[in-house]
Design a protein around this ligand. Structure first.
Ligand SMILES: Cc1cc2nc3c(=O)[nH]c(=O)nc-3n(C[C@H](O)[C@H](O)[C@H](O)COP(=O)(O)OP(=O)(O)OC[C@H]3O[C@@H](n4cnc5c(N)ncnc54)[C@H](O)[C@@H]3O)c2cc1C
Length: 481
C-alpha cells in the first residue's frame, strides 16, 4: 500500500489496512500524488480528494470492498476512466474510490448466440477492435471517448455517439448485467436471473431490473459484467452530406432522413463547426452555415447503394444540396474522439453541455443557446472564454442531442468560476424547457432529481434504502440519500 504524503484519519487508516488485506498492497493507494490524480473528472467542478483508491480484479473483490465499507459506513464511489463531464467527483469526499479499469477482460464473444460478455472496466475502444477482428460489432459503438471510457462508466451515463441514430444509447446494447449491490450481494439481471439460463435476453423473466442499473450514475450498485448483443460488422458503408440554407431546412432534412430508419448516424452541424473543420482542411465545409452528415451501414454494396438512393431522395425533397463527404469519411471507422481533442489547437480546454430534445424542438434550443451566450458575452470576453453552439446528432430516430462547448484557459484567474456559472445555468434552462440529459455527475444529477415528480423521487428513494441501507454507495447521487 502506498501512503506517500497521506494525511489519513485513524479510522481511514484502519480501512486502508483491511482493504490491503483484501486486494494486496499493490492495488490500494492513499498516497497524495495518486489521490490528486483521481481528484478530478473533465467537468469544471473543483477537485475532491478521496481517502483511498482501490483497484479490484474480480467481482468477489468488489463485493468484499463493499462489505468492508458497510462496517464503518464509509462512502464508496466506483470509477471508470473518470471522463464524466458533469462532476461526479463531488461524491469522492472521504470515500473509497473503486477504480474498475483492471476488470477489463472480454470474457466471451459468443458468435452463435450473438452476444459479447465483458468486464465493466474494459474500454469501448478495446471492445470495438476485438469484435471487429471477428467480423462483429455492438450496435451503439460507445462514446467519442471510447479509447478511454469504460463500459461501466458509459452504461452509468446512457452514453451515446457512434451508431446511436439507429441503435440508441449504449444501454440499448445490454441484455444482462452482473451487479454488486451496495451490501456486497451479487445479482444478475435479464435472463441471467436464472442461474441456468443463457444471458442473451433482457426481457421475459418478470420485471426487468437491468434498467435500474443503467443511466443511474452508479447509485444502485457496481456493474461488474455486461452481456450485450452483437451484430455483423457492416461490409459496405455510404456517406451522404448536404448543405442547408437555414436551420429550419436542416431540421426538415434531418426529420425526413430519420424517418427512413436507415442511417446509423445523422449529424447536423452549425456554422462554427463547419468553418472550424473547413479551416482544418475539409474544404467542402468551409463557408457553409448548416450541413447534414449521414452514414449508412449495410451488409453489401447492393443493399448499401439501394439504401443510399432511398435516403438521398428523402433528403433532397427538402431542398438541401449535396456537398463533399471528406470529413464524414474521416470521422467514420470509428475514430472516436481523435477528431475532437480535449484541448483546442491553441491549448484551451473545453467544457460541454448535452441536451436531448425532439427534432423540431432544436429550434427553441438554438434560441436558448443564443440567449445564454448573449447573457455571458461580456464575461466571456473578459475571461477569454469561447462558447460555441456546435452540432447535434440524432438518437433513436426521433430525438436530437445538442452539443455545445465553452473553451477556456485553465490559468486565467476567475475563468473557471464563470464557466461553472454559465454551465450550470445552461443545464437549468434546458431542463426547464423539457431537455433530457444523460451524463449525471453532481451538476446534472441533482438538477434532474429536483425536477422529478415527488412520487417518482420517493419511489426511487425507497428502492435505494432497501438496496443501500447504510447509504454508502455514492451518497448524494441523484439526491437519493
Ligand atoms: C474527448 C471526449 C469525448 C466524449 N464524447 C462523448 C460522447 O460522444 N458521448 C457521451 O455520452 N459522452 C462523451 N464523453 C463523456 C464521457 O467520456 C462518457 O460519458 C463516458 O461514457 C464516461 O465513461 P467513464 O468510464 O469515463 O466513466 P466515469 O467518468 O469514470 O464514471 C461515470 C459515472 O459512472 C459511475 N461508474 C463508473 N463505472 C461504474 C461501474 N462499473 N458501475 C457503476 N457505476 C460506475 C461513476 O461513479 C460516475 O458516476 C466524452 C468525453 C471526452 C473527454
Amino acid at each position: 500500500m502506498n501512503l506517500r504524503g497521506s494525511r489519513l484519519s485513524q479510522e481511514a487508516g484502519e480501512i486502508v489496512k483491511k482493504l490491503t488485506s483484501i486486494l494486496g498492497e499493490k492495488y490500494v493507494t492513499a498516497s497524495l500524488p495518486d489521490l490528486i490524480a483521481y481528484s478530478c473528472d473533465i467537468s469544471p467542478e473543483p477537485r475532491v480528494l478521496p481517502d483511498v483508491v482501490v483497484r479490484p480484479k474480480t467481482t468477489e473483490e468488489v463485493a468484499e470492498i463493499l462489505k468492508e465499507a458497510n462496517k464503518t459506513k464509509k462512502p464508496v464511489v466506483p470509477r471508470g476512466a473518470g471522463t464524466c463531464p458533469a462532476g461526479f467527483i463531488k461524491y469522492q469526499k472521504n470515500a473509497i474510490v473503486v477504480d474498475m479499469t483492471r476488470m477489463d477482460e472480454i470474457i466471451d464473444i459468443n458468435e452463435k448466440e450473438m452476444t459479447v460478455t465483458v468486464e465493466c472496466g474494459v474500454t469501448w475502444g478495446k471492445l470495438y477492435y476485438e469484435l471487429r477482428k471477428k467480423g462483429w460489432r455492438v450496435g451503439s459503438y460507445g462514446p467519442g471517448s471510447a479509447l478511454s471510457a469504460t463500459v461501466g462508466g458509459a452504461l452509468s451515463h446512457h452514453s451515446l455517439a457512434y451508431g446511436c441514430a439507429k441503435y440508441g444509447s449504449v444501454s440499448e446494447n445490454v441484455t444482462s448485467l452482473e451487479v454488486v449491490l451496495p451490501t456486497g450481494a451479487i445479482i444478475n439481471t435479464g435472463s441471467g436471473a436464472y442461474p441456468h439460463a443463457k444471458k442473451a435476453q433482457r426481457y421475459g423473466i418478470g420485471p426487468d431490473l437491468t434498467g435500474l442499473f443503467l443511466g443511474e450514475g452508479g447509485a444502485f450498485g457496481i456493474k461488474t459484467k455486461a452481456t450485450m448483443m452483437i451484430h455483423p460488422f457492416p461490409e459496405a458503408v455510404r456517406f451522404l452530406c448536404y448543405e442547408a440554407e437555414n436551420l429550419k431546412q436542416l431540421l426538415d432534412a434531418t426529420y425526413e432522413v430519420s424517418k427512413t430508419r436507415i442511417p446509423s448516424d445523422i449529424l447536423g452541424f452549425n456554422p462554427w463547426l463547419n468553418n472550424a473543420l473547413g479551416e482544418a482542411g475539409f474544404k467542402s465545409l468551409l463557408g457553409k452555415d448548416y450541413t447534414l452528415h449521414v452514414v449508412i451501414e449495410a451488409p453489401n454494396d447492393k443493399v448499401a447503394d439501394a439504401q443510399a438512393e432511398y435516403v438521398d431522395n428523402a433528403a433532397k425533397k427538402t431542398g438541401v444540396k449535396e456537398v463533399g463527404a471528406e470529413w464524414l469519411k474521416f470521422f467514420y471507422y470509428p475514430r472516436f474522439a481523435e477528431w475532437w481533442p480535449r484541448t483546442s489547437p491553441k491549448g484551451k480546454r473545453w467544457y460541454a453541455w448535452c441536451n436531448k430534445i425532439p427534432i423540431y424542438d432544436y429550434l427553441r434550443t438554438h434560441e436558448l443557446i443564443e440567449e445564454l451566450f448573449n447573457k455571458y458575452k461580456d464575461e466571456c470576453e473578459k475571461y477569454q472564454l469561447e462558447p460555441y453552439d456546435v452540432m447535434y446528432f440524432v438518437v433513436d430516430w426521433n430525438t436530437v442531442d445538442a452539443l455545445l462547448l465553452v473553451y477556456a484557459w485553465d490559468d486565467v484567474p476567475g475563468a473557471r468560476e464563470v464557466v461553472r456559472k454559465m454551465w450550470r445555468e445552461g443545464f437549468e434552462r434546458f431542463v426547464a424547457e423539457g431537455g433530457i440529459h444523460y451524463w449525471l455527475g453532481s451538476a446534472v444529477g441533482e438538477l434532474v432529481a429536483r425536477n422529478w415528480a415527488s412520487e417518482y423521487r420517493e419511489t426511487l428513494r425507497a428502492i435505494k434504502k432497501v438496496l443501500d441501507p447504510n447509504g454508502i454507495l455514492i451518497p448524494g447521487m441523484l439526491l437519493l440519500t
